[in-house]
Design a protein around this ligand. Structure first.
Ligand code: MG
Length: 274
């Protein structure tokens, strides 16, 4: 896991946020919609920088921006941290320094080699091309065989000495198994911390907001952190325990409100929004 030692006196300037369950308004929640409008206004006036950090693939982030009328962020960390895009002019461009970094860490082991290593596993199927990235090989399977396949993949990766890890999850909408194979240690938190040390903002300026297990690493990295009130069970306790151990309990704000409203509440708590 990636950590840094924060200097809390530095003023927060950048909101890095998860999308689903966090920045995106919950269904039929008028309070969330007006909180989003307020955040939108503060972003447009240049008071805050925005970074989205999500498991969604790039096109799906763009769809969400249009569908939910989200502000246009300066940076998008997508595909579970395997790709970063930068806003330039009217569009987004892949941030090649991060690609170069991942290419360096994986050496000659590219996605073709990963696919070959994981060939012919019963029940394992590649996801469609728009879900694939240069540094993310994504598979699908039925939910019943997910855990077995994750074990099989891990064993094969280890056996062939591949610098990659695999993560399995259940797609809550389709109830099927999703498996991502990523360069070792790469996650949303990894990409965000890399970005914060290589781009136009600093880790100490970042507030991170999230709602679920895949936000855990970013929430305990040392960024100022917001957990929204609709967070998944056990997340608060787990994050609190880790931050206490690092003597960083004051970095965490537990919002009283859900999703977008909780994000806004936390931004006010940390002085990002007056
Ligand atoms: Mg989420």
């Amino acid at each position: 896991m990636n950590h840094f030692n924060p200097q809390p006196k530095i003023t927060a300037k950048t909101l890095a946020t998860d999308l689903d369950g966090t920045l995106i308004p919950l269904p039929n929640n008028a309070g969330n919609v007006s909180a989003l409008a307020e955040l939108f206004k503060h972003h447009q006036s240049g008071e805050i920088n925005l970074v989205y950090a999500t498991g969604r693939h790039f096109e799906s982030v763009l769809e969400a921006i249009v569908h939910y009328t989200l502000p246009t962020p300066e940076w998008i960390v997508c595909d579970v941290g395997s790709a970063i895009f930068r806003h330039r002019g009217d569009s987004y461009q892949r941030y090649t320094p991060y690609e170069d970094h991942l290419a360096q860490t994986t050496g000659t082991v590219n996605r073709a080699k990963v696919e070959t290593c994981l060939n012919h596993i019963d029940g394992l199927e590649l996801q469609p091309p728009d879900h694939q990235q240069r540094f993310k090989v994504s598979y699908q399977c039925t939910s019943e065989v997910l855990h077995k396949l994750v074990d099989t993949i891990e064993a094969r990766l280890q056996n062939d000495d591949m610098p990659y890890d695999c993560m399995g999850s259940i797609d809550p909408f389709e109830n099927c198994g999703l498996i991502d194979v990523l360069p070792r240690n790469v996650s949303k938190a990894y990409a965000l911390l890399w970005l914060a040390t290589h781009a136009d903002f600093l880790p100490d300026e970042v507030i991170y907001s999230g709602d679920s297990g895949n936000d855990y690493a970013a929430l305990v990295s040392g960024f100022r952190a917001i957990i929204v009130a609709n967070s998944s069970e056990g997340l608060v306790e787990k994050v609190q325990a880790k931050l206490q151990q690092r003597n960083l309990s004051e970095q965490l704000y537990l919002a009283n409100k859900e999703a977008t409203s909780g994000v806004l509440e936390g931004c006010k708590h940390f002085g990002l929004i007056k």
